[in-house]
Design a protein around this ligand. Structure first.
Ligand code: ASP
Length: 327
């Protein structure tokens, strides 16, 4: 297995071995084992959320605290980014101040691609546009296998992701992740929310009833209006009747299923209050587990001895005065 990546942008940055190791370490950390950090190292982690967040940012803050690190919250709005400084120079500034990892959220998909070749600092993607949200998918996988009694028990299970799949970075990470563990993923929602191309192991069902019938778990999504144009909002008038999950729906099929949600949930739209108040609502478990999963991710990244972080090796080679003379 290769070293844990220094840039965790998406699920595809991780090998199967990394993912299994993260799940095992999450169990250890949850059961109270101490974090493993490099000796004599003060861990400093920055969060830079250029888009709104409650759960992800606070759970990272808790994870940093529990692992014994220092947390710096970088406010883009009051920073030199507003004076025209590039994100790369900002991240290099954090690195030279001694920050080890920066967790970045942005509304721009693939913003982090630019740092792949020359990482200015170790980076964890906290959600980029509609592209990826790897730490959410990992905590979902952890919670799913925990619910079903272990990784081997989720092989062959079916989970339906219901709603605004196309604008959901969580869906894009889940569809990269879950099939690796033998989980069948069904996408379900109005046509305009379902991508035309599906990754291997991912299929489509056309109604919520079909999804309930065929699934062992349901994963609800928020309608992500901030990513829509007007043409979509006009088509959402009957969303709650058609796609909203209620106990009445389950009654029709004489079954209830665990219901996952990445949050924030719009209660009364994609899910009714009674479900949120019941024991089938898994979102609180997802939030609880998120802290330990993120501890495991930070620990794995801090222990990768990547000495190429920072732009030292991006410098123009050769003697500068020589170059000036020759040009
Ligand atoms: N919290 C998740 C995200 O950041 C889901 C959502 O916003 O609906 O993508």
């Amino acid at each position: 297995m290769s070293a844990f990546p220094s840039i965790l942008e998406g699920i595809k940055d991780l090998e199967l071995g990394h993912i299994k190791a993260l799940l095992r370490r999450t169990n250890d950390l949850k059961s109270g084992q101490p974090p493993r950090l490099p000796l004599q190292k003060t861990l400093a982690v920055a969060t830079s959320f250029l888009e709104n967040s409650t759960r992800t940012k606070l759970s990272f803050a808790m994870a940093i605290m529990r692992i014994g690190g220092y947390h710096i919250d970088f406010h883009a709005e009051s920073s030199s980014l507003k004076k025209g400084e590039s994100l790369e120079q900002t991240l290099l500034t954090l690195k030279y101040q001694g920050v080890d990892i920066c967790i970045i959220r942005t509304n721009e998909s693939h913003l982090l691609d630019q740092f792949r070749e020359y990482p200015p600092i170790k980076i964890i993607n906290g959600g980029d546009g509609i592209n990826q949200h790897p730490t959410q998918a990992l905590l979902d996988l952890y919670t799913l296998q925990d619910h079903f009694g272990g990784l081997k028990n989720i092989k062959g299970k079916t989970i339906s992701i219901v709603g605004d799949c196309i604008h959901s970075r969580v869906t894009h990470s889940l569809t990269d992740l879950l099939p690796q563990f033998g989980v069948n993923v069904l996408l379900c929602g109005p046509d305009f929310f379902i991508p035309e191309e599906m990754p291997a192991g991912v299929n489509r069902v056309t109604s919520l009833d079909e999804a309930i019938e065929q699934s062992d778990a349901i994963y609800l999504l928020r309608v992500q209006t901030e990513r829509h144009d007007k043409s979509i909002s006009d088509k959402l008038k009957n969303y709650q009747q058609e796609w909203g999950l209620t106990f009445d729906r389950f009654r029709k099929h004489s079954k209830v299923l665990p219901v996952f949600h990445p949050g924030p949930a719009n209660i009364g739209i994609e899910v009714e209050q009674d479900i949120v108040n019941s024991e089938i609502w898994m979102a609180h478990k997802q939030v609880q587990n998120s802290v330990f999963v993120r501890m495991a991710i930070i620990e794995a990244m801090i222990n990768n001895e990547d000495h190429h972080i920072g732009s030292q090796y991006k410098k123009i080679p050769g003697d500068i005065s020589e170059r000036i003379r020759n040009t």
